[in-house]
Design a protein around this ligand. Sequence first.
Ligand code: ADP
Length: 508
Amino acid sequence: MELEKILKRKFNYSSFRFGQREIIQDVLEGHDVLAMLPTGGGKSICYQLPSYIMGGTSLIISPLLSLMEDQVQQLKKNGEKDVIALNSFLTFYEKQNAVKELRKYRFIFTSPEMLQSPLVITALKKCRISLFVVDEAHCISQWGHDFRPDYSKLGDIRRTLGNPPCLALTATATKQVIEDISTMLLLTKAKRHIYSVDRKNIAIVVKKTNSLDDKISTLLDRVQKLQGPGIIYFSSRLWAENIANYLLEKGIKNVAYYHGGMEQEHRMLIQQQFLSNQLEVICCTSAFGMGINKPNIRYVIHFHLPSQLESYLQEIGRAGRDGNKSIAILLYSPNDEEIPEQLIHYELPPTQSIRTILNSLNEKLKNNGNLHITRETEEEIINKAEVNENYWRFVKHQLKEFNLLDDHFFSEEIAIDEVTNNISRIIKQRMDLKSEKLLFMKKWLFSNLCRRENILRYFGEELLDKPAICCDICSEDFLTFETQIKQEANTTITDWREELGRILLKGE
Ligand code: ADP
């Protein structure tokens, strides 16, 4: 059957978006595929549609619980029953039941962490996995901005599952990251579909202010005037909360904050309210947004300077997924660049914390003979060493890499000095890399070159076709552009036929 017909029948879309068809065809021909489509480009269809044709089970590895839940909900809305998110949201019994019945699912969403469980792997081995999908695949690379150590084991997991065809998807990856994804996931023979990261419907603006106060009042002014909905990014939880409260005090309606320090249920609620247009503005940290499938976000404001262009591009890419005009504004006040510099320093454990963690491990080992690292022991170590959970996770990962910790089992005393030095060396390399990325970000910020052209150059691309309203360097006429955004938003009526079709499809 023609692919277009299946697209219409299953998803009620009339045509493929740029790149989708080519990716889907290669997947259907059984090739491994590495695809980069910009945020909002429609990556999900690239595995969902082939799954319906190929049968069997598609295993989708996704970095975030909220992202997984969102994808599951969308498939369910679309009438799919055989879909499950295998993650820590499930209770012990739910997980056991799910694992028993894994074979019946067409789509299994899971996290790299869950794939560390032998129980899950054994169950997956019994399924006919027709596609191994790695979503947000840049997380696999130590050069990628969301590097997640557990992602780096996916190559081995794929092998354990009998090397099913793999589809790696990402929205922002430099050439180096693409090579890393390819090596780690054993994609040497993969077909590559690398499309431009450029989003022409998003104007890119840097607004330099004179002081912090000036920046806050500029923010208020923009939020009052711009067409919403909008997202405002902050580099700290406290700032996100304070500015959300400030905006509410100033009479802006439907504002909320969102960050990783909130209870999971509270976060889900805020996300849901934003998706269903009950909220107009979200003040958040980078914890918000990955996989947010909201087509009509009209602006993304950065109140603080992001630490790298990859994150910046991914965050602004959440605007204008419907293809309509949108704007990204980065607010800058003097010395803002010091914040990401400091953050880089606090992200990974200092030598003293590594030592204390290792000492408490040795001490526990001495008392117990050998040590099974359960959730409880982890919490004890975190409390005893007075470190944050991320520091512990990082050290634990390194201990595994050095073969000092085997599947949560620890039996040999650690040579503290030697191991601390080895871990510190790795930290230094990662910090150097992060500092280098920050340097690019700063160069971009202070450069007089077209913002878009400069971003594309960083990703190894050339700007071939500049949009009429491009960036603050190329054009000053943003007031007209902002008015256009408003007009367009008010006159855009969703294609009612597609919308109606989707409603009817749900009832099938
Ligand atoms: P990405 O993961 O690349 O950011 P998604 O897969 O979430 O993007 O898709 C973004 C939006 O585009 C979704 O609302 C999706 O339903 C819609 N979409 C995807 N493909 C098409 C298509 N061919 N025609 C119309 N809308 C599409």
